[in-house]
Design a protein around this ligand. Structure first.
Ligand SMILES: CC(=O)N[C@H]1[C@@H](OP(=O)(O)OP(=O)(O)OC[C@H]2O[C@@H](n3ccc(=O)[nH]c3=O)[C@H](O)[C@@H]2O)O[C@H](CO)[C@@H](O)[C@@H]1O
Length: 354
């Protein structure tokens, strides 16, 4: 039986592509294991898959700011490399697939030391730090955006397009309304502040709640620990994070306000949901979401509101306008050619396996 090990984590954006691919490998009779951090979101998401064995290793975060943890973290990374090396040596996978995020670096090094081929996936236009460190050792790199090629060494690039979880397309609007106790005579606005939530977006939404609920029923995915229990409004439902219910909630959704994380926006595109994107600003990131949002805007899939212009008033006027023009965005999204990226990546991994 062939064996694959997946890695990737830190935020859900570094896990969902793996979650999309895992069922295909299981269906094809592969044994599937996962290496992630001891306590990250990947552990929570992968633990729900009973057929997948999870291994936790020590990880250090690659921070862009000063923190005393930065002094301890190199030791944790070294421990993680040793753990990953020994795990891979013992488990003998035929191939490793890495979705990036800081947990993936020790795994990639462990794979390289054990001479196990590994494929990387990069969802953003520009490769993240963890992937940049890993690319020189990788067998190949799958990309969501065609433009990523310019940042990769010759011969390693495989432009595959977005890999979207199949079950997201199977939602039911009726089940979504039942879950949220919503009616079907008022439009639904979904707010996704990225997989970890966004404080700034959360605050703005909550300040504008009276005005917004005049027009919309609202589902707010606000991030861990960010529920505001002082708000009691039947047309405003808050959740830290939704798993299996997300497909149903998306099915009943008319318009979305979202960060511009690559996985989220391609899922919204696949489901033809008009979106107002508020990309994570440059000060808090390497600017990948600004590029993602610009690319979607150019194709007519979304409107963009920069965080420096974000106020209750700009947000409400932009979302009302987007809702009014929603058919135009839906039409543009209909022109996007969906490739079967999942099968392409599956074949590529299969061919690379030793
Ligand atoms: C702060 C940060 O580092 N953000 C990065 C991170 O975003 P982030 O982790 O937010 O990732 P994405 O937006 O790409 O993906 C989020 C995933 O979580 C899922 N989801 C979200 C909320 C929820 O309640 N339930 C649920 O299932 C979405 O459907 C999606 O599949 O990775 C992305 C992909 O590399 C990057 O583009 C982002 O810049």
């Amino acid at each position: 039986m062939k064996k694959i090990m997946f890695t990737g984590g830190g935020s859900a954006g570094h896990v969902t592509v793996n979650i999309a691919l895992i069922p295909r490998f299981l269906q094809e009779g592969w044994s599937v294991e996962y290496i992630g951090s001891e306590n990250g979101i990947e552990k929570q998401l992968v633990s729900a898959l009973s057929a997948v064995r999870y291994h936790g290793i020590a990880t250090g975060k690659l921070r862009r700011y000063f923190d005393w943890q930065n002094v301890k973290d190199p030791f944790k990374v070294a421990k993680g490399v040793l753990q990953a090396y020994l795990l891979i040596k013992r488990q003998k996978p035929n191939v490793i697939f890495s979705k990036g995020g800081f947990v993936s670096v020790p795994v990639v090094l462990g794979a390289w030391l054990n001479k196990v081929p590994f494929i990387i996936h990069e969802s953003d236009v520009t490769p993240g730090l963890a992937n940049r460190l890993s690319i020189p050792f990788a067998t190949g790199v799958c990309t969501t955006f065609p433009d990523t090629e310019t940042f990769l060494p010759k011969g390693k690039n495989h432009y595959v397009g977005p890999v979207v979880r199949q079950d997201l397309k199977l939602g039911s609007a009726d089940r979504g309304r039942q879950f949220c106790q919503f009616t079907d005579n008022k439009p639904v606005l979904l707010i996704m502040g990225g997989s970890l939530g966004s404080r700034k977006i959360n605050e703005t939404i909550r300040t504008g709640i009276d005005e917004l609920t005049k027009r919309f029923q609202i589902v707010h995915l606000c991030g861990k620990g960010q529920i505001d229990s002082s708000i009691h409004c039947p047309e405003y439902k808050q959740y830290e994070y939704l798993n299996e219910e997300l497909a149903d909630v998306l099915a009943m959704t008319d318009v979305v306000i979202s960060r511009a994380g690559a996985n989220s926006i391609f899922e919204l595109l696949a489901l033809r949901k008009p979106m107002l994107l508020i990309p994570l600003p440059k000060e808090q990131s390497r600017g990948d979401q600004l590029l993602n949002a610009a690319s979607f805007k150019k194709s007519g899939f979304c409107e963009v509101l920069f965080e420096e212009h974000l106020t209750v008033n700009t947000m409400i006027s932009e979302i009302v306008q987007l809702f009014g023009n929603r058919q135009a965005y839906i039409k543009n999204m209909g022109n996007f050619e969906q490739k079967d990226a999942l099968s392409v990546v599956f074949e590529l991994i299969k061919q690379s396996a030793k």
